[in-house]
Design a protein around this ligand. Sequence first.
Ligand code: 8HZ
Length: 109
Amino acid sequence: KKHQVELKFCEQIVSKLFNKKHATFAYPFLHPVDPVALNIPNYHKIIKKPMDFTTIQANLKSSQYANAKEFLLDARQVFLNCYKFNPTTDNVYRMGKQTEELFDSLWKE
Ligand SMILES: Cc1ccc(Nc2c(-c3ccc(O)cc3)nc3c(C)cccn23)cc1
């Protein structure tokens, strides 16, 4: 029961990330990275565990996470992938930081 309540909170956080008002910086993390569309054929050589918030949302809806901790691991993976792949000078790196900040504020809310 306790896990159901905390996982409901997780679902609410993820749906807030999809809110239009955050779209300008959150969009690269809302859907699976498409290496063909982005012309980054080496992506899956560098990133061994691709993750995004559409996948996380689907995992939540299909009860793939036993608890919030497991959810948090996948959410952190989105940002780790971003910082591993994108150069610190790249816009998307900065967008990752902005999205992570938003995520942390929603998590601590
Ligand atoms: C040549 C090049 C360089 C950087 C990127 N990064 C990037 C990423 C990305 C997101 C998460 C992630 O773990 C890795 C990459 N998403 C984008 C988008 C949506 C538009 C433009 C660039 N984007 C794309 C192409």
